[in-house]
Design a protein around this ligand. Sequence first.
Ligand SMILES: [Zn+2]
Length: 232
Amino acid sequence: MLTRRLYWEDTYSREFDAKVESMEGTRVVLDQTAFNPRGGGLVSDTGTLGGRKVLEVVKEGEQIIHVLEAPPEFGPGAVVHGVLDWDRRFRIMRMHTSAHILSAVVNRETGALITGNQISPDQSRVDFSLDDFDKGKISSYVDKVNEAVARRLEVKTYFMKREEALSNPGFVKLAKAMPPADDMLRIVEIGDVDTQADGGVHVRNTLEIGKVVGIKTENKGKNNRRLYFTVE
Ligand SMILES: [Zn+2]
């Protein structure tokens, strides 16, 4: 059975009830969850489940597994209450939407492709394949990101047939990286700035991001120019 992804239906749901489908030691599978699992460069949500600390949430195949700190007292069939560490999750959402805007700006300005990203609550990172890695230019890209953020762009998510998504050159690159089993792709559209196939959690409006601040750059070779940033 596929776990219902409450984090897709309502990214702002921070508490929920769910039935325990199966479990093994500290690993729990639910019928539905608001915990976004680790993946796509995003760290997982944390919080509590039935009063037990959730250390991490991981995806194995199509299964979403909640890894608890200690074996719980509840068992399969029990209804448990989940609570997200919302401060952490909301920062992940702000960071993630910022990373999409940053990638779109750098791509538009330089044609650079994104080679990796790591979204964490405190500090995030986007890697680019870029010939000219000029620090002055990098800070001008961050300024452009903030200009977009200040435009209060609405962030929409919807599902689209895989073939239809693949026919749009704008998000072919990322769509191809999605598991072939999905015949529907989730699309995330940030105003007129960026549209791509994406499974992660985002804010509803760029207004919620606040301000994006560049922290440092790191040069790991032509295909890995790294930009670290945070949100304030
Ligand atoms: Zn993303």
